[in-house]
Write a protein that binds this ligand. Structure first.
Ligand SMILES: [Zn+2]
Length: 319
């Protein structure tokens, strides 16, 4: 049931839709819609209000008879929640659900902060525009979750049972996956990047690997990642393999006393000739991922600020 990677709505299982945004790179996230009898559940919104409005227009033929009664944010990154206010405007009284950790993290990077970085003069502005210049963060009011949970929440969506399973901290502090057993489908948020490199903002990597194992234990055919094309179990295995390799290789270099950025260069060079990973986009994210391993091994390890982390990713991808 793997569909083509084209922009728009794809039905991946009975009443389970994915909304895909190629090329799946920085900010080009996916969302989902699970349709029950007279009601539906939206899985994530997009990075700005225009993109989210375009998506909700595309879903309107379905939501006309099954309005969105709840929205779940899989995690706190803006490309999965900055469009919440557009969803709330269209579906009055919509419940916004997230893990407690996600709800706590969400206000830390408000849209106004990205708007300011995108408009910053000089090198910092140029850097951020090179990642996020195509998005419009001006005037977005962030709608935060109205209902939170820890570890597990079962929702009834128009008579269908949907399981929210918190698997973070991993990509962020509170990642949630959304499992629809009767359709054998799972929406993974950014626990899966397909065709692009996973980025470990929080970690530890062991938690993320455990999340992959949890997903491999589900009876699913259709796997909707946070970025990239719809996949299946093979996509989960590939991400698991990448994380296990990075965890092992970075731990070895930490043990040898190698500087974290030097380790990232070194491992990045090896990944670049590894046929399993060499075609993945955004490979500079190895810099952030090695930082997560170093912090886990040494709680006193100081990760540079986010501007410096973006500089490093850009530098690796230039070289
Ligand atoms: Zn994302």
């Amino acid at each position: 049931m793997v569909s083509t990677f084209t922009k728009g709505v794809h039905e991946v299982g009975d009443g389970c839709h994915a909304y895909l945004q190629p090329d799946g790179g920085w900010g080009w996230s996916n969302a989902g819609l699970i349709v029950g009898d007279g009601a539906s559940l939206l899985v994530d919104t997009l990075f700005d209000l225009h993109l989210t409005a375009e998506m909700l227009d595309a879903l309107a033929p379905v939501t006309g008879a099954a309005p969105v009664q709840a929205l779940v944010n899989t995690h706190a990154n803006g490309d999965h929640c900055y469009g919440n206010s557009e969803a709330a405007r269209r579906f009055e009284g919509v419940e916004i659900v997230a893990s407690a950790a996600t709800a706590e993290e969400m206000p830390e990077v408000p849209p106004s902060m990205l708007a300011a970085l995108n408009q910053a003069p000089g090198e910092v502005g140029d850097l951020f525009r090179s990642f996020f210049g195509e998005f419009d963060f001006d005037g977005i009011e962030l709608e935060v979750p109205t209902r939170t949970f820890e570890r597990r929440l079962d929702l009834d969506v128009g008579g269908r049972s949907v399981e929210l399973i918190e698997v973070g901290p991993a990509h962020t502090r509170g990642d949630t996956i959304v499992h629809v057993p009767d359709a054998r489908a799972v929406y993974t948020g950014d626990i899966l990047f397909i065709g692009g490199t996973p980025i470990v903002w929080a970690g530890p990597l062991a938690n993320w690997i455990a999340a992959c194992d949890l997903m491999l234990g589900l009876d699913v055919d259709a796997v909707v990642p946070g970025h990239g094309p719809v996949t299946d179990r093979d996509g989960i295995v590939a991400v698991r393999d990448y994380l296990a390799l990075v965890d092992r290789e970075a731990s070895d270099r930490f043990g040898e006393g190698m500087d974290a950025f030097e380790a990232a260069r070194d491992i990045g060079a090896a990944l670049g000739v590894d046929e399993r990973f060499s075609e993945w986009g955004e490979f500079g994210r190895i810099a952030v991922n090695v930082e997560a391993v170093y912090r886990h091994l040494d709680p006193d390890h100081e990760t540079p600020d986010v501007v410096e982390q973006f500089r490093r990713m850009a530098e690796l991808e230039r070289s």
